[in-house]
Ligand binder design. Sequence first.
Ligand SMILES: *Cc1c(COP(=O)(O)O)cnc(C)c1O
Length: 402
Amino acid sequence: MTQENSSQVFRADENGYFGAYGGAELPPHLVKPIAQVREAYAKAANDPEFQAAYRDLLVNYVGRPSLLYFAENLTREVGGAKIYLKREDLNHSGSHKINHCLGEVLLAKRMGKRKVIAETGAGQHGVALATAAALLGLECEVHMGEIDVEKQHPNVIRMQLLGAKVVPVSHGGRSLKEAVDSAFDTYAADYEDTMFCIGSVVGPDPYPSMVRDFQSVVGKEVKEQMLKAEGRLPDALVACVGGGSNAMGLFDAFLPESEVALYGVEPAGEGLDGQRHAATMAKGSAGFIHGMNTLVLQEENGEPSPVHSIASGLDYPGVGPQHAALRDSGRVNYVTCDDQAALAAFSQLSKSEGIIPALESSHAVAYACQLAKELDSDKIVVANLSGRGDKDVDYVAERLGL
Ligand SMILES: *Cc1c(COP(=O)(O)O)cnc(C)c1O
């Protein structure tokens, strides 16, 4: 990768572009609210006081640093490179999502907002955001398609217990797409009082950069922890990619370390030949979604395609624009893992290490095992265990006939 090329994919330009991807293409009523967020974040990012307050929350509330765990049993079973797991599942509230939700709510508070607003599909983002809002004393409103409200009942209850207001969206397909529009419209009408909080490295600038920055603590910790444990950097890092926040968090500190191979794992669902997958890098094309130019799984008319993954946190028809740029530059390898392989990794890690991973994270574990097997025993692979699997046990039990 040339130097010019690398600066375009490591950091966005002044218009929020990573090479050909990103930007902020917004309907007129959202231009001013999002510009306000961009300006506020640019200041906060360079303010030691804001950074110290954020850092304090990560240490004293989330419980950071999370462990970098040598999975010795799994390594022995697989046979090959050493497998380490970055234990984001041990964070308070059970996944990496709390890292960026706390950052976003802290920014909202600094901007003098009374309330945060978001959409949620499976409910994981809504729960993490409701958690952060409860702690920092802001109101929280989460828009959710009626179909998802029914399917994700436990997360609806969690959000309500945390003091959030869940708004069911009953028009159109009553799913995530309608929830996004509904949440954005409510936000635009009330933005003096409210901040919109996005749940991954997606959406208009500044969100892809801001969410990455909040998550980058993950990779910084891995670097330090690995130097301490092994006296050197790992040979490969592996993370699952839905929108791409846990992957960007792990990768960011390693982007300039060209000897460390980076792998993003997309969900191949029931196979790449049909429509039952969400492998945007493998099968998508350049397009537009949620205020950004990026790769999209889309129909001929430009509408996002219906997508599927066994892991509800991965079934997104777009992907963070920085990932699209990192793919084109060749710095990150994007690969896939199907439902069956993720399910097998879920079972294997549970039995071999006593760690029940989220189905999302199981995609990374599956690929890390495959990679480790091909490598010599003096190599080191780190997989991001983005979340715990408690939320998935009922579904997995059904699938496995338990
Ligand atoms: C939401 C979620 C993901 C997918 O989101 P990214 O932005 O791609 O990281 C992965 N793992 C877990 C546990 C999640 O909750």
